[in-house]
Design a protein around this ligand. Structure first.
Ligand SMILES: *Cc1c(COP(=O)(O)O)cnc(C)c1O
Length: 298
């Protein structure tokens, strides 16, 4: 078996992704006046779903801004949670601009999917649970996009165990944090369609928290190709009977591609399962799947 089942974290939570942690924590910390006015966010899907879920639970009006790159299945799932959806532009940056506009116009509170202190601290709870279960861990492998997940995990894990290795994994094209770390400052990347669509989006040129967290606490970032992500999703399905979306399978993808380094027990976060069902079925069967304008097969 590929995985120690005990250490599964993230994708089996309400809304099918770990993002419920950060979203719930951020909304619970809002004062009554801000709760009454409502919240807005941009999202590649899962954060929006998490905000919608937590907001409905707390009776807070929520507006979710989505670019055209966000798959239909994710948008439908958010709408089903009673949130208002705005489709805006073809990138995460366009969606963020719309969110900024609604903050100005309606006084809504913007909850960034990653660059928000309370969101980061919510995601950090994963590291507390992992290390409580396995104090002997020497590495945690974390899917990486804007860096809220890895930033929180690294912050909490290294506070407990400074020598623990934190490895980020993301897709080859449009890897905003990876490119920014290389450049030494936040940079803009062109977004590209990916099986790991949930890992798309920039890190904001005026990044407040996650760039510095990643720069100081993440030991290495690795890139995986679409074919490798496909093989990661397929292995999880066939060997573990686990459904993971592409963004949740990048760690396994790196493992199977021989890209990970090991010096002891390693935990891997499988961060979400909200893949399009047809896509999952195709991957499980070994059929090619469409990614943008090309077909991918592992
Ligand atoms: C958001 C998300 C990530 C990455 O989280 P960041 O905090 O943006 O780095 C990874 N996997 C899934 C499934 C996600 O939804």
């Amino acid at each position: 078996m590929l995985l120690d089942r005990q250490s599964r974290q993230g994708h089996l939570q309400p809304i099918g992704a770990f993002k419920i942690r950060g979203a719930a924590h951020a909304l619970l910390r809002l004062d009554p006046e801000a709760r009454r006015r409502g919240v807005v966010c941009c999202s590649t899907g899962n954060h929006g779903k998490a905000i919608a879920y937590a907001a409905r639970h707390l009776g807070i009006p929520a507006t979710i801004c989505l670019s055209d790159l966000v798959p239909r299945a994710k948008a439908d799932a958010i709408a089903a949670l009673d949130a208002t959806i705005r489709r805006c532009g073809s990138s995460q940056d366009d969606a963020q601009k719309e969110a900024d506009r609604l903050v100005e116009e309606k006084g809504l509170t913007d909850i960034s999917p990653f660059d928000h202190r309370d969101v980061i601290l919510g995601q950090a709870t994963i590291a507390l649970e992992l290390l409580a279960e396995r104090p002997d861990l020497t590495q945690i492998v974390v899917p990486l996009s804007g860096g809220g997940l890895i930033g929180g995990v690294a912050f909490a894990a290294k506070a407990i165990k400074p020598a623990i290795r934190i490895t980020g994994v993301t897709m080859e094209h449009g890897a905003a944090m990876h490119e920014s770390l290389k450049a030494g400052r936040p940079v803009i990347v062109t977004e590209a369609p990916s099986l790991a669509d949930t890992l798309g989006g920039g890190i904001n040129l005026d990044n407040r928290w996650t760039f510095d967290l990643c720069r100081s606490l993440v030991d290495e970032t690795l890139l995986v190709s679409e074919e490798e992500i496909y093989r990661g999703m397929r292995a999880l399905f066939r060997q573990e009977r686990l459904i993971a979306e592409g963004g949740g399978a990048v760690g396994i993808a790196a493992l199977l591609a021989g890209k990970l380094r090991f010096d002891g027990p390693t935990a891997m976060i499988i961060s979400g399962q909200n893949a399009d069902l047809d896509q999952i079925l195709s991957v499980a069967r070994g059929d090619p799947v469409r990614v943008g304008d090309r077909m991918v097969k592992g």
